[in-house]
Design a protein around this ligand. Structure first.
Ligand code: AMP
Length: 391
């Protein structure tokens, strides 16, 4: 199933190891405000240090436009990591070039260096071979542990793997095992729950899951486009007019598997204090919009989920950021947490929702990657994984 070499398959003793991590964390006022992704990388870093390697960490942060921008610096992450690990973490203000080379060379076994944001070089996103070669020149071995970036073929995720022996870190391996197995060999019934704002982001996922899952439960803004495709007026609801034909086709192909909400919560504005009411699925009056699934739908979906062997969930059931419209998302979250099924939550907003609901510790696997987890559910091979050495 997972046929790539990992850190335990190679000798790391005395080696300089370049580890691509996903330290793309939120930073406010110079402080890390959510350290989930940093903590998720610790097992690999600690394993390498304990086995006599020196560790050079590379990551991107945010989307700098052209060159270095202070607000996207990884410097605060070096300080944070140092506190978290209780040991010094060196920081180098460039990820390639003479400074990075000198800093990497000076590292002793057991020491850690964090390089500045790889996206400060526009060559990163172009997967420029010269940048990949310069990154590779810093180390003897490449470890990819950046699941959240593995769907991107960039110099520090894919390119560099062509210039060094390249293996998977523990996080990458765990993510691929859970997400890959859920799709390829799920314990049945296999139930997928899909929500979020748009269908257009998830057409490939729906198509693939239609061939694998037993049921697909739809919620969120995505449901509106399906309702519209069925001919209902949607008032002011979010609808993607450009994918109505695709929505119709998916409903036709998936008629035995796709379930749409039976009732919805409508509101007279896109705000937390809007007037609201529950209506059965059907035409939405002018001036009103759907912001959540209704209580009957929550109960029906909970019933399906409670009988599931595997549940994969991506995307909230409503605008859960507004507390009055979070009941659908939290209700489904509770059903998933209580189900006893192997439960996997894709990255992005659904992770925020499960964390806010306080049920995160009852979920089998919470993915650290949004786009990457969607591509796994789509059945695609991630370029950052494909480039690693086979077992
Ligand atoms: P996504 O990133 O595609 O998973 O979408 C997540 C976003 O979808 C969240 O920020 C929700 O507020 C939003 N969302 C969910 N349901 C609705 C809805 N009925 N109308 C508008 N936005 C929605």
């Amino acid at each position: 199933m997972f046929n790539k070499k990992s850190v335990t398959d190679v000798d790391v003793h005395g080696k300089r190891v370049l580890v691509r991590v996903d330290f793309n964390v939120p930073i406010s006022d110079g402080n890390v405000s959510d350290d989930t992704r940093i903590r998720a990388a610790l097992p690999t870093i600690e394993y390498l240090l304990q086995h006599g390697a020196s560790v050079i960490l590379a990551s991107h942060l945010g989307r700098p436009k052209a060159g270095p921008e202070a607000k996207f610096s990884l410097r605060p992450v070096a300080a944070y990591l140092s506190k978290l690990m209780g040991m010094p973490v060196e920081f180098c203000e460039d990820c390639i070039g003479p400074k990075a080379e000198a800093a990497a060379k000076a590292l002793e076994p057991g020491e850690v260096l964090l390089l500045e944001n790889t996206r400060f070089h526009p060559e990163e996103e172009k997967n420029n071979p010269e940048m990949a070669r310069q990154l590779a020149a810093l180390a003897d071995l490449f470890v990819n542990d950046a699941f959240g970036s593995a769907h991107r073929a960039h110099a520090s995720t894919e390119g560099v793997a062509h210039y060094l022996p390249a293996v998977a870190g523990f996080l990458l391996e765990k993510e691929i095992r859970y997400l890959g197995q859920a799709v390829a060999d799920p314990k049945r019934p296999f139930v997928a729950i899909l929500g979020g704002a748009k269908i257009s982001d998830k057409i490939g996922v729906i198509r693939n899951l239609l061939t694998k899952a037993d049921q697909i439960l739809i919620g969120g803004g995505m449901a509106n486009t399906f309702f519209k495709a069925e001919g209902y007026a949607m008032g002011d609801s979010l609808v993607e007019a450009e994918v109505l034909d695709t929505a119709r086709e998916l409903l036709e192909t998936g008629k035995t598997k796709i379930r749409l909400p039976k009732d919805v919560v409508i509101a007279d504005g896109f705000k937390a204090d809007a007037a609201s009411k529950v209506i059965p699925t059907g035409p939405v009056p002018d001036g009103w919009r759907i912001l959540d699934i209704g209580p009957e739908t929550v109960a029906a979906y909970a019933g399906v989920v409670s009988a599931a062997g595997t549940v994969v969930w991506n995307g909230p059931m409503g605008v859960f950021e507004f507390p009055p419209f979070a009941k659908g998302t939290y209700g489904v979250a509770k059903a998933v947490a209580d189900s006893g099924a192997t439960s996997i939550i894709g990255g992005g907003e659904s992770v925020a929702a499960i964390q806010q609901s306080g049920l995160a510790d009852k979920i089998t696997h919470i993915s650290t990657g949004g786009g990457a987890s969607l591509e796994m559910l789509e059945g695609l091979t991630l370029p950052g994984v494909a480039a690693l050495q086979d077992k």
